[in-house]
Design a protein around this ligand. Structure first.
Ligand code: SAM
Length: 235
């Protein structure tokens, strides 16, 4: 079974029997979807976010929580109160069933219109969430409005990677893809951003399902390319 189908199988197992029943299948899917160097670069970036956030105080809001990869690590490795946010109620409900509500609040919200007061969030975090939200300028303005700092894993594509930049543009997701566009977008929305912990790796298109035509894992890359996994720290 290829990585996409294993991932689908894991999702069904999770839906039917809970996350523990699906954990091993998710791990195997991850190994088949991503190369060892991509997984290492990603996991190191996640560890770096946890290290930076663990040193601070106050509430941490996770933007575009998705499957909760970062949320789960923050819960394990820090003592800070956590708020998980995602535009999808279904996605958040699944994470809540797995992680529980002991130190985590769940808020269904569009990251471009968050239900938080100005300057009220000590730390915003995300794990590759920002690149999944269309209209980078609106997103970063809203995060600037509510947050005092932002620490996120991110992936830069080469400046001249026309094929992948065009594919991202079809979904309105081109705004943060190249380093120059991302740094420019942060600057223009009032953030001072630093790029931390850079790791360049070969990224290849993720597999598509053989069982359900048209179902895949990641929309990008559409063509193999050298990307830079990193952590963005903005204040
Ligand atoms: C690839 S996941 C991010 C991975 C995740 N942060 C993790 O730690 O596993 C992308 C998520 O972005 C969410 N998303 C897309 N558009 C959004 C928006 N406008 N506001 C908030 N979340 C959004 C999707 O629902 C999806 O769950």
């Amino acid at each position: 079974m290829n990585g996409a189908d294993l991932f689908l199988r894991a999702s069904v197992l999770e839906e039917r029997n809970g996350f523990d029943a699906a954990r091993e299948t998710y791990e195997l899917a991850d190994e088949r979807v991503y190369s060892a160097e991509v997984r290492l670069a990603r996991d190191e970036a996640l560890d770096r976010v946890v290290e930076l956030v663990g040193a601070g105080d106050g509430t941490v809001v996770d933007v575009a929580t998705g499957r909760g990869t970062l949320l789960e690590r923050l819960l394990r490795a820090t003592r800070r109160p956590l708020v998980a946010t995602d535009v999808s109620e279904t996605v958040l409900a699944r994470v809540r069933a797995r992680i529980g509500m002991a130190r985590v609040e769940y808020v269904v919200a569009d990251a471009r219109a968050l239900p938080f007061d100005d300057g009220s969030i000590p730390t915003l975090v995300s794990h590759v969430g920002l690149a999944n939200v269309p209209d980078a300028a609106r997103l970063l303005r809203e995060l600037r409005r509510v947050g005092r700092e932002l620490v996120t894993t991110h992936v830069f594509y080469p400046e001249d990677d026309a094929e992948n930049l065009r594919a991202a543009g079809e979904h309105g997701l081109e705004g943060l893809l190249s380093r120059s566009d991302a740094v420019g977008a942060f600057d223009e929305t009032g953030w001072q951003v630093e790029v931390d912990h850079e790791r360049e790796v070969l990224a290849e298109p993720t597999p598509v399902s053989e069982l359900i035509p048209g179902v895949g894992i990641d929309a990008l890359p559409v063509a193999a390319t050298r990307v830079t996994w990193c952590v963005l720290v903005a204040r």
